[in-house]
Design a protein around this ligand. Structure first.
Ligand SMILES: [Cu+2]
Length: 609
C-alpha cells in the first residue's frame, strides 16, 4: 500500500511538473519487475513509451487515474489505426469492450472505469520493433497512444521524445517546449492571435482532452477544430504580430463558410451579427454575440468521448432556430435537441433556449494538410492574388516554396494530393507544385516532369518509377488546372481537371521525405500561382476528386475578361488584417449535400418562356 501511494505521489508530481521530465522517461523494464502505466487526464498514457527486451517476460500494471473510461491495447507494429478504426464502429454500450476482431491486437486489458486497475502479462515478441499501445475507446485512439519498444537497445539510444514519430504530436510538442505548452493543470488556455483561414480577431483555445479549436470573433463562429498539440504562437510573437500562429496538431473539422445559426427560416442568413465579448465559465471562454436582435452565448467544451461539444444559449427570439452545418466537414454532429437532416439541425422553439451539439471526428475525412492560400504562406511572402477559390499565392519558380511539415511517415501508404495551378511560364521544365525528394526517391505533381511535356505525376523510389502524364492538353498552358494524384500499394492514379487521366503501378513514396508546395524541396520550383492544396492520408475515389474539382473550379470568366470574376478584385490592396473570406454572402460549395442551404441563387440564367 505504501509503495502504491508512493508511486502515485511520484507520478502526480510528474504530471503537474514539467512535462519534459515526464516524457524524458522511457522506462526500461527490469526482468520480473512490473511496468506501471497510467491512463491520465487529457487522453494520455503515462509513460508515453517504454522499452522491453525481445522475448522477455513482461507484466504491465495499468491503472486508470482519469475520470473517464479507458482501455489499453497493444497492437502489432503499424496496426494502431486499423484497430482504432474497427473499434470506432462498435456500438457504445455498458458491456462494450471496444476490442474488435483483429489479428493486429496482441494484448489488452478490459475497459477500465475510473480508479480501476488491471494487469497484462505476456512474453514480449521475439521480433524487435515498435509496438503501439492505444486506448480504443471511440474518439480516444487518435491521441491516446504510446509506443512499446521491443528492442535490445537501451532507452537512451531511442530517438528523443520530441522527435519520436511513434508518439502523439501532443507529447512530442510538449517535450520540445514544456514552457509554452504547460501540462493539463494549466489547460485550457487560449491566445487571441492571427490564425490561418480565420479572421484577424481569432481566438485559439486548447481544451483538456487533446482537442483545440479556432473561433473567429469577427464572424462570431467556429472556424475549425484540431486534435493533438495546440499552437506555436512564436511566429506571431516574433514578427511583431504580423505572422500567423501555427497549428501544431491535425485539423479534422472545418465549418462551412457561412454563419451557422438561422432564426425562423433555415435559408435566411442573419445579417446583423455583433460580437459582445466573452466571459469565463468553468475556465473556458463563453462567447457572447447578438444575431439580428437575438442574444447568443456559445460555450465550447471537451467532450468525454474525445471530441468537443458546443452549448448555445439563445434569448430574445421566439423563432424556430436552425443550425446549418456541412455534413462533409470532417465530423459527425449530434444533438439531443433534434435530428440533423442533410446537415441541418432543426431545434424546436421550446429547446432553443439552451441546446448542445457534439462533434465527433470522422477519421481522415478532412485532409491531413490543407492550404487555402488565402493567407500569406511562403518565405518570400508574396501577397495573395485572386485564385480559384478566394485567394491564391504566386510562387516565383526560383526559390519560393512552402514546407508543409508533412513527411512520408506521417502520411502512411495511402495518400491523395490535390492542387490548383496556373503556370506563369508554361514551357519551363520540371515545375513541381507538390513534391518531395530524398536520396533516390521523388514525388512530383506538376508539369513538364522528367523531360515529358504536359501535366503529370511522377513517383520514384529507388529503381522503381511510375510516371503519368495527362494526354490533354499535350502541353502545359497558362490556364488554371486542377491536378490530383492518389497513391497506394495498388497503384498510382492521376486526375486532371477532376477527371481520371491515367494510372500506373503502385510505388512507395520516397522514404523520410518532406513535402513541399511549389517545389520538391529546394529543387524543381514551379513558376505558378497555386491554390487549394490538400494532402490526405487516404485514397480518394474518382467521385470525391470530381466533387472537389466542381466545388472549387473558377467560374467561367465573361468573354474578354482576363481574370475570373470574384470578390477579390483588388488583391494587392487587401491586408490580411481583413477577413479573408467575404462571408456571409458566400455560397456553400456546390458539391456538398448542404447545398440546399445555399444563400446565393444559382447564377444560371433561365431561358425566357
Ligand atoms: Cu481512452
Amino acid at each position: 500500500m505504501l509503495s502504491r501511494r508512493f508511486s502515485f505521489a511520484v507520478s502526480f508530481a510528474l504530471v503537474v511538473g514539467v512535462l519534459g521530465v515526464l516524457s524524458g522517461l522511457a522506462l526500461a523494464a527490469k526482468e520480473g519487475e512490473p511496468i506501471e502505466l497510467k491512463a491520465v487526464a487529457g487522453l494520455r498514457f503515462d509513460p508515453p513509451r517504454f522499452v522491453v527486451k525481445p522475448g522477455a517476460k513482461v507484466k504491465i500494471q495499468v491503472e486508470n487515474t482519469d475520470d473517464m473510461a479507458h482501455n489499453f491495447v497493444i497492437t502489432a507494429p503499424g496496426g494502431r489505426m486499423e484497430v482504432v478504426n474497427a473499434a470506432m464502429t462498435m456500438p457504445i454500450t455498458p458491456e462494450q469492450t471496444f476490442i474488435p476482431q483483429s489479428d493486429k491486437i496482441l494484448f489488452h486489458t478490459p475497459v477500465l472505469i475510473p480508479g480501476k486497475s488491471a494487469a497484462v502479462e505476456f512474453t514480449a515478441p521475439a521480433e524487435e520493433g515498435v509496438y503501439p499501445y492505444v486506448c480504443t475507446y471511440p474518439g480516444h485512439g487518435m491521441v491516446m497512444f504510446g509506443a512499446m519498444y521491443v528492442t535490445k537497445q537501451k532507452e537512451k539510444e531511442l530517438p528523443k521524445v520530441g522527435d519520436d514519430e511513434n508518439l502523439p504530436d501532443l507529447i512530442r510538442e510538449q517535450a520540445k517546449n514544456p514552457i509554452l505548452h504547460a501540462f493539463p493543470v494549466d489547460t485550457p488556455h487560449w491566445y487571441r492571435i492571427f490564425m490561418r483561414d480565420s479572421g484577424p480577431a481569432s481566438i485559439a483555445v486548447q481544451l483538456d482532452n487533446g482537442q483545440n479549436y479556432c473561433w473567429d470573433a469577427g464572424a462570431c463562429r467556429l472556424r475549425y477544430a484540431w486534435r493533438g498539440a495546440f499552437v506555436n504562437p512564436m511566429p506571431h510573437w516574433s514578427s511583431n504580430g504580423d505572422d500567423f500562429a501555427e497549428v501544431k496538431g491535425t485539423i479534422y473539422y472545418r465549418t462551412p463558410p457561412y454563419f451557422p445559426l438561422r432564426f425562423g427560416d433555415e435559408k435566411k442568413i442573419p445579417t446583423n451579427i455583433q460580437f459582445r465579448g466573452y466571459h469565463i465559465v468553468d475556465g473556458l471562454p463563453e462567447f457572447h454575440y447578438t444575431v439580428d436582435g437575438a442574444d447568443v452565448r456559445e460555450l465550447i467544451k471537451a467532450a468525454h468521448h474525445g471530441g468537443f461539444e458546443t452549448t448555445f444559449k439563445i434569448t430574445g427570439t421566439k423563432a424556430q432556430v436552425f443550425y446549418v452545418s456541412d455534413p462533409n466537414g470532417g465530423a459527425t454532429l449530434a444533438s439531443e435537441a433534434g435530428k440533423f437532416t442533410d446537415g441541418v439541425l432543426k431545434i424546436p422553439a421550446a429547446k432553443a433556449k439552451e441546446f448542445t451539439i457534439t462533434f465527433t471526428e470522422i477519421l481522415n475525412k478532412e485532409p491531413l494538410g490543407y492550404w487555402s492560400m488565402d493567407d500569406v504562406l511562403t518565405v518570400k511572402k508574396p501577397l495573395p492574388v485572386p485564385g480559384v477559390k478566394n485567394r491564391a499565392l504566386t510562387f516565383d519558380g526560383k526559390n519560393a516554396q512552402h514546407d508543409t511539415g508533412l513527411k512520408t511517415e506521417s502520411l502512411g501508404t495511402d495518400v491523395t494530393f490535390c492542387i490548383w495551378a496556373q503556370l506563369s511560364a508554361p514551357p519551363a521544365a520540371d515545375q513541381v507544385c507538390i513534391g518531395a525528394a530524398e536520396n533516390d526517391g521523388e514525388f512530383s505533381l506538376g508539369a513538364n516532369l522528367g523531360g515529358v511535356a504536359g501535366y503529370g505525376v511522377r513517383v520514384k523510389n529507388g529503381s522503381l518509377e511510375t510516371k503519368i502524364v495527362a494526354a490533354v492538353p499535350m502541353e502545359a498552358d497558362g490556364d488554371w488546372h486542377h491536378l490530383a494524384a492518389t497513391l497506394s500499394p495498388k497503384g498510382l492514379r492521376f486526375y486532371f481537371d477532376g477527371k481520371p487521366a491515367g494510372s500506373g503501378a503502385g510505388t512507395a513514396l520516397p522514404k523520410d521525405a518532406e513535402f513541399y508546395l511549389g517545389s520538391n524541396g529546394s529543387t524543381h520550383f514551379a513558376a505558378a500561382t497555386l491554390d487549394e492544396a490538400r494532402i490526405y492520408a487516404r485514397v480518394l475515389d474518382a467521385k470525391e476528386i470530381a466533387a472537389i474539382y466542381e466545388s472549387e473550379k473558377p467560374k467561367a470568366p465573361p468573354p474578354g475578361a482576363k481574370e475570373p470574376p470574384g470578390e477579390h478584385t483588388k488583391p494587392a490592396a487587401r491586408e490580411r488584417t481583413k477577413p479573408a473570406a467575404s462571408e456571409p454572402a458566400k455560397p456553400a460549395p456546390a458539391a456538398t449535400p448542404a447545398a440546399h442551404s445555399k444563400p446565393a441563387p444559382k447564377s444560371t440564367p433561365k431561358p425566357a418562356k
